[in-house]
Design a protein around this ligand. Sequence first.
Ligand code: 13P
Ligand code: SF4
Length: 344
Amino acid sequence: MTTTTWAGAHTPIQDGPGGYTGVEATPEWAEEIRRLARERNATLLAHNYQLPAIQDVADHVGDSLALSRIAAEAEEDTIVFCGVHFMAETAKILSPAKTVLIPDERAGCSLADSITADQLREWKADHPDAVVVSYVNTTAEVKGLTDICCTSSNAVDVVASIDRDREVLFLPDQFLGAHVKRVTGRQNMHIWAGECHVHAGINGDELAAKSKAHPDAELFVHPECGCATSALYLAGEGFVADDKVKILSTGGMLDAARATGAKQVLVATEVGMLHQLRKAAPGVDFQAVNDRASCPYMKMITPAALLRCLQEGKDEVHVDPAVAERARQSVQRMIAIGNPGGGE
Ligand code: 13P
Ligand code: SF4
């Protein structure tokens, strides 16, 4: 248990296995969060998978690429990253002179954990001339061994920017890798067999059953999903019209939501996404393909954790300066490639 209290909180903040609890997201809480953020000259960034209350109190909500770009240009002294650890670490790599805070440093990522720096060193030794493309969901050390980082919204553009004769090592997500390989038609691309346990759990059978039950619905599918291939199969076999299947990053889903003419959309990604989609297109019925697809790490950023973070200046994110130096170029290349206005 921490000692933090606030006049609006009726119980002290508790620490437990799922993170900090004991504070409700009331309008008074939101006002206090905004006041503390101003006091610290902090900007609050929230990923699309955050709890709705955290998204609503943030200055910016977006996908990984949009938030990295905002973090790189932020004028405030402090960046509070409501997301998972690799995202806050990326902000620190881009802005080493700023204070970067994450409301709970235990918010990790199963995908980032699926490759270590030593494993990447070994893989590179087997392919010494290959260009290494790492998804941003990796540790700072892995980024330091990478030529270009990418996110789901610019992975295709990043790989397409590489000389077609060069071999590519793509890591760590096998489903995003398969999507990029399919779209670019590139044969000399080796893909690491990692996965995100939340997206991998959204499977093809569920998608097929849902789309059969809602034949007029569009499908928005995140490329990290185990069902991305099934979605294209459904389209290929004529079960769903080709133009109804869209493989998109979380920011891409928002752009597509604003543009859609469909009455109903089935969404295959982490359930936090539904909040921004419903705000972006209130007339559309958005349904989760798997409503249990909730990322336990993203959900560790609770109202209590954010309050503690702003009150105590915790948890501060540090990246070894030598590691950050090696990683910076690969991250800067990432933010330079792809649609500069998208994702928010
Ligand atoms: P994007 O916001 O880049 O689509 O990332 C999805 C994700 O899984 C982040 O953890
Ligand atoms: Fe990592 Fe998956 Fe959670 Fe995104 S949804 S943070 S990829 S575990």
